[in-house]
Design a protein around this ligand. Structure first.
Ligand SMILES: [Zn+2]
Length: 252
């Protein structure tokens, strides 16, 4: 899977597609996944962290900044990895630190061409630049997940809490939603063209968590959401009590 080192994400390797089976169990890996080229021919790559536990188990995907100015999910992924005990972990956690790289670099919600990336999924193999980006993101990364927690914030002008959108008629996504213990659960069957909807179409139970406000980091909201993610990991059997070899965390 590995190709050459990336200098913009130290310690990471540049790859075209995730292949977690090739990674040794009990290790953490950083990669930059090639998606597209911009108008100047520069590669746009997604920064991804992968923690493979010592034991087999589910694959949990976490995605942040699908809207580029929604930042609270980014430190959630970093903190989870800093404390991930690989000796005890069953399965694999994949954290996509920033999904919408062009929007993040511009500190804006939408893609370069003003496309809302949460309304263009699953994208197209041959379409607009945003559609191709979405398509490759799903095929090169998301389809490896067995569960997805998509980390957003509310938009400007809303009263911002910790709330989430999930399908409460679906046993697994309802449970994932409850375990976040948010202030509000919005029962919302996955709508067309969202990342959550596209993941559900692929058979991946998915919820969308809206964590406070855009454009800022909010420590209390970050901590609450991180605790919720750990509860989901416990529920789906990713935490074992195997610590006999000592803990090894995922500090990258
Ligand atoms: Zn959003």
């Amino acid at each position: 899977m590995t190709s050459r080192p990336s200098f913009d994400f130290p310690g990471a390797y540049i790859i075209d597609e995730l292949d977690i089976e090739q990674l040794p169990q009990g290790t953490c890996t950083k990669v930059m996944v090639n998606l597209i080229h911009d108008g100047l021919g520069r590669s746009l790559r997604l920064p991804v962290m992968i923690g493979r536990g010592k034991h087999p188990g589910p694959v949990l995907g976490l995605t942040a900044a699908l809207h580029g100015n929604e930042l609270n999910g980014i430190p959630i992924i970093h903190r989870l990895f800093e404390t991930l005990d690989l000796q005890a972990l069953r399965g694999t956690v994949i954290g996509v630190i920033v999904v919408n790289v062009p929007a993040y670099l511009n500190n804006q919600r939408t893609f370069d061409d003003r496309t809302d990336m949460n309304h263009v999924m699953p994208g197209k193999a041959h379409g607009s630049i945003a559609e191709i980006y979405a398509h490759r993101f799903l095929h090169r990364i998301v389809r490896r997940f067995e569960y997805l927690i998509d980390l957003h914030t509310a938009s400007f002008g809303n009263i911002n809490s910790l709330y989430l959108r999930t399908d409460m008629t679906h046993e697994i996504t309802a449970k994932m939603g409850y375990l976040q213990r948010p202030q509000i659960i919005l029962h919302n069957p996955p709508s067309d063209r969202t990342l959550r909807g596209a993941a559900m179409e692929l058979g991946i139970p998915a919820i969308t968590v809206e964590i406070g406000n855009p454009q800022v980091f909010q420590p209390r909201r970050i901590a609450a959401s991180l605790t919720g993610i750990r509860r989901v990991m416990g529920e789906i059997g990713m935490m074992s009590s195997d610590r006999k070899n000592g803990s090894s965390t995922c500090r990258l």
